[in-house]
Design a protein around this ligand. Sequence first.
Ligand code: KG4
Ligand code: ZN
Length: 322
Amino acid sequence: MNVLGIESSCDETAASVVDASGVRSDVIHTQAIHGEYGGVVPELAARAHTEKIVAVVRAALDRAGIERPDAVAATAGPGLIGAVLVGLSCAKALASAWEVPFVAVNHLEGHMLSPLLEEPPPPWPYLALVVSGGHTTLYLCEGLGQTRILAETVDDAAGEAFDKVARMMNLGYPGGPVIDRLAGQGNPEAVDFPRPRMKSGLDFSFSGLKTAVRQHLQRPNRASDADVAASFQRAVVDCLADRLVRAAALTGVQHAAIAGGVAANSELRARVQTLGLNVTLPPRSRCTDNASMIANAGRMRLLAGQRDTLDTRARPSWPVAE
Ligand code: KG4
Ligand code: ZN
């Protein structure tokens, strides 16, 4: 069964076809318009999705060499409501016109299951660290729809911290890739930023770290931008790696995968391979938002018998597990 997946929850308009052999096509258009505002502007994102969605879907079908898929999957949340609605409405319209099944996909489940597209895929159960602009969550994935949240951020998401720190340093948006590059030229031990740990155990917190960076930047004798970037990135990666190791010890699960935009970070990618765990590392293009993860999760749900009706609503905050 081949499935067309559509993703439009934030600032990527994406479409992909996935079948039993894997990813047949993967088309992603990243909206450039938000750079000048320092963050994603919801209304502009929705309009830009409307302009691109048809061309992106057509390209995904063309590259996969098919005219009509066996089913259509789309992100129904969580995300920016106006943005989600564009991809979701498009998917429902196509499923209706083609008379093929439709399935609604949770964007976070998409990220969490995306490592299963790699060869070899991680076996169940595996730990999935989903680190993006809106979410920082450590899941225990025991099977499709069998997900336990082991840890979450109590304030900022990791990607949000990258974006806010980059903004403080006037480095542009999105901040993650710029800080990643700049950090490569700096000394990660130049500034001893805090590595917050919550009393609750595995949870994350990045707001104190962000404040520490702001305070440091106001000092007259502050470190260079590259040193600040490297020291900040080291602190984030230390926190993420620490929780992954603790979660493995706590659950006895030795397979882990990382996903979400921050999983594209060079230092995080290198570090997770030194933790003594079996780690699945999706390519960078499948860490940041993409539609192959939506087609994959949708396909898995369809194979498990799920179908959704065409009156399925967008859910801006849709918990993937309680
Ligand atoms: O998963 P994603 O594409 O969208 C959301 O669902 O949020 O993640 C976007 C986030 C942004 O905050 C961006 O700054 C961050 O991922 N990011 C990175 C890197 N590439 C993207 N953070 C650190 N290092 C990177 N190389
Ligand atoms: Zn995402």
